[in-house]
Design a protein around this ligand. Sequence first.
Ligand SMILES: *[C@@H]1O[C@H](CO)[C@@H](O)[C@H](O)[C@H]1NC(C)=O
Ligand SMILES: *[C@@H]1O[C@H](CO)[C@@H](O)[C@H](O)[C@H]1NC(C)=O
Ligand SMILES: *[C@@H]1O[C@H](CO)[C@@H](O)[C@H](O)[C@H]1NC(C)=O
Length: 482
Amino acid sequence: MESTRRLMEMLIFSALLLVEAAHCSQGQFAHKLLNDLMENYSSALRPVDDTDKSLNVTLQVTLSQIKDMDERNQVLIAYLWIRQTWHDAHLKWSKEEYDGLEVIRIPSSLVWRPDLVLYNKADDDFSGPVDTNVVLRYNGEITWDTPAITKSSCVVDVSYFPFDSQQCNLTFGSWTYNGNQVDIAMGMDSGDLSDFVENVEWECHGMPATKNVIMYGCCSDPYPDITYTLLLQRRSSFYIFNLLLPCFLISFLAPLGFYLPADSGEKVSLGVTVLLALTVFQMMVAESMPPSENVPLIGKYYIATMTMVTASTALTIFIMNIHFCGAEAKPVPYWAKVLIIDYMSKIFFVYEVGESCASPFGQMEESESFHGQNHKKKLHPKEKAKGAPPTCCPDDDKSAAFTLTFDPCVYCGCRGSSGILSCDPKLVRNVEYIASCFREQKATCLKVAEWKKVAKVMDRIFMWIFFIMVFLMSILIIGKAP
Ligand SMILES: *[C@@H]1O[C@H](CO)[C@@H](O)[C@H](O)[C@H]1NC(C)=O
Ligand SMILES: *[C@@H]1O[C@H](CO)[C@@H](O)[C@H](O)[C@H]1NC(C)=O
Ligand SMILES: *[C@@H]1O[C@H](CO)[C@@H](O)[C@H](O)[C@H]1NC(C)=O
């Protein structure tokens, strides 16, 4: 029992030692292998046995992150992992000679590397490739993974901003070798998105790859490249909440300017304030967009809204003029009376709100009439105290035969004690004059009221027209959203 256990322990111990020794020898073999491989190796020359044959490089790009999309400068900054695989004819060994060593990892600067570059690079940094290790297999296969932050130029078409989608090309190709020397192949038919970190602004809809072979006119050599097309769709909710909704809300205020009573004196300033607010938003958008010819959708919407607000403000000014048509103005033309006051006001539900002349003048008309035949010659001008009933002829104890109310005065005709009308022609003339004054004033007031009513009806018409316009424009812009 004891002995077998001892034997077992010894066996395990010796086995462990062997493993250790093997490790040791593998380290030595790796050292020897590297020396042997590098003895006559030059990293400057294309490693092929037959120089007429092309060297095949397989390219695989993994998109890790979209760091930034600069619409204004038309630059896409992306974080990529680039894997290149090729066969080096001079870096082969037989596993048996080196104790079964299959793979070694050596600095990439020691071996020949294909000079694949991003053609549409938009970077001012022209430093060389990153010196990461390469994985070298015994059959000469080299796998080289490099991380890269690429700045690539990308034609950004913002016509449909913020509902736009973009296509950004990443074109890789050899800088100096032509297709007969170094040929590029695609690892997969699209970029790898399995490790993609979602971007807050852009949704990635794939990254298909295509191989293009370009024959330049001068030389008949083909120049292959691989183009990855990054399909991006903008997440528009941020812009909807920050740029579109405020504009909707503000633009709905503009038609309400027509509803504002003219006497408040705020009609024009409301329009101008709305215009200013829209300008701020428009500038915000304009700052982030490239100054290109195709105006973004949202810019068009702003321009349309601003045009509308400008028109509404201008119209408000005209209507204000109509509203304040004074006594000097001509009376409202008959057709306008029929069309606007009679029909339109009913269509647009414009009702009188206590601004008619009927109430104060109606009373006056009654009191204006003469009662009986006994009138005193004198007419007392008297200040009319607001609210208090007109005190008539305080000097005389008699009741008033008639009163004339001239804002702000009350004229009273009082019955004399004698009860006999001493009809003075002068008095009659004066009374007639006063009466005609009243009539004139009443007519003027009616005229003013009519113009005001015309203005009000027009205000209401334009309010609805502009409401419909704002609504239609909003529908139009939402309709463009996918
Ligand atoms: C390297 O080159 C030398 C001289 O040209 C030659 O003697 C030697 O055998 C070569 N070594 C290998 C591993 O090919
Ligand atoms: C490269 O690939 C092409 C076909 O794609 C093949 O004909 C050629 O032999 C390959 N070259 C080498 C060196 O393997
Ligand atoms: C991007 O590459 C694809 C495929 O090569 C090509 O059809 C397309 O025109 C390119 N787009 C731009 C903007 O260059």
